[in-house]
Ligand binder design. Structure first.
Ligand code: NAD
Length: 390
């Protein structure tokens, strides 16, 4: 069977990591399924490469193709800070309503971690991707728009905002929060995971973050009554057996919990800004975003992605680490039910870490490791896969 996978190379180190990772992905599918399953790669243009070839950063053809696609995977795309083009990543998320950003964070044995017990970290973060302060409604200080909004709020709602304020809006809907939490709970059920924790800042932002918590518990109670139980009910003596425990934590406390008691958390469901911070902070415990895969999903399209940026300082030098892209590809393979190939990629990465033959950034995190180039690392992974029993 052929599986069409659309791929976007990305800017900066995108070309380096794809050159190493794509043959590894093909090798894993080929060895695991002996020709019965095959990836049909179709390239889509975006970013600098698209601009050079078409004069557009996100060509219409790419957008049209993604409208009917189900699975895609991308390298990093550059976004200028403060000026220039709008973030292509944000445009993709908003155009295709990719409302769930999902990041599994797990430690690979051998990587030196900043924490003492990194093996206790095994969390999947579900971050709402389309609402919150990221919705782009912001007005700069001293502008006409900001002044109008400030006057309106001061006059109609008896607020006392200073005239020179910059203003941003934080819209959050019941629909948007519930679909994210629904997905997180379903994931926990499908993967036999013990809990889903709703992470919010509802003690301060009662009607946005507080509503996220309230709507989250409602989804569990109304849509998964037989399969979920709240932490409070467990404390009161109810039996949690075969049920996903729904907990909630205030965001600042969750950062502490993730460091002190990571084993007590398995799936986190959270709002856009909290999720952005939490994903990187938790990934840092297991060796940073270089080892973190991710996906942005709607109900019909999943765009998997390397979670790091374009790394302009090392682009073109053949020293980048392709693991984030490869682990994202493993997630993609799980998604299309080719889990034997997905596991082979993960195992090959673990084997190379065990043998201490890894790219420079990882070599710096492993005692007595010998750094290899990005392309050599890809070749070593392929050799590992060739020697595996399927
Ligand atoms: P970055 O992730 O590109 O770089 C941060 C540090 O990590 C650098 O030292 C870099 O060398 C290192 N690094 C990143 N990827 C690596 C890899 N695969 N192997 C080894 N080392 C790696 O972050 P930044 O410098 O903040 O951003 C650069 C550009 O990337 C910006 O334009 C930003 O908007 C964009 N960006 C894109 C995405 C995305 O497409 N998902 C994510 C983050 C940043």
């Amino acid at each position: 069977m052929q599986h069409t996978v659309y791929w976007i190379e990305g800017d900066g180190v995108g070309a380096d990591i794809w050159k190493a990772a794509k043959p590894v992905a093909d090798k894993a599918v080929q060895c695991a399924y002996r020709g019965q399953e095959e990836i049909l790669w179709k390239e889509l243009l975006a970013g600098e490469k698209a601009y050079v070839q078409t004069g557009e950063y996100l060509p219409k053809e790419t957008l049209d193709t993604l409208k009917t696609a189900h699975v895609a995977i991308k390298g990093p795309l550059a976004t200028p800070v403060g000026t220039g083009i709008r973030s292509l990543n944000v445009t993709l998320r908003q155009t295709f309503d990719l409302y769930a950003c999902i990041r599994p964070v797990k430690w690979y044995q051998g990587i030196i971690s900043v924490v003492r017990r990194p093996e206790r970290v095994n969390m999947t973060i579900f971050r709402e991707n389309t609402e919150d302060v990221y919705s782009g409604i912001e007005f700069a200080s001293h502008t006409e728009e900001a002044k109008k909004l400030i006057d309106f709020l001061n006059q109609n709602f008896h607020k006392n905002l200073k005239e020179e304020c910059a203003v941003g809006i934080k819209p959050m809907t019941e629909y948007g929060c519930k679909r994210l939490v629904r997905r997180a709970i379903q994931f926990a059920i499908d993967n036999h995971l013990p809990s889903v924790t709703l992470v919010h800042k509802g003690n301060i932002m009662k009607f946005t973050e507080g509503a996220f918590q309230k709507w989250g518990y409602e989804v569990a109670k109304e849509e998964f009554p037989a399969l979920t139980i709240t932490e409070k009910e467990v404390r009161e003596g109810m039996d949690p057996q075969n049920k996903v425990i729904i907990k909630d934590r205030i965001a600042d406390a969750m950062f502490q919990e993730a460091l002190l008691h990571p084993a007590e958390y398995s799936v986190l469901a959270t709002t856009n800004l909290n999720g952005d911070y939490l994903s990187d902070a938790i990934a840092a415990q297991v060796g940073g975003i270089g080892m973190s895969p991710g996906v942005n999903m709607s109900d019909s399209l999943a765009i998997f992605e390397a979670t790091h940026g374009t790394a302009p300082n090392i682009a073109g030098k053949d020293i980048a680490n392709p693991c984030s892209l490869l682990l994202s590809f493993a997630m993609l393979l799980d998604h299309i039910k080719l889990d034997k190939a997905a596991n082979a990629i993960r195992q090959a990465i673990q084997n190379c870490i065990d043998k201490k033959t890894v790219t420079k950034d990882l070599a710096e995190e492993i005692e007595n490791a010998a750094p290899v180039s990005c392309s050599s690392f890809g070749k070593l992974l392929m050799e590992e896969i060739e020697h595996m029993q399927f």
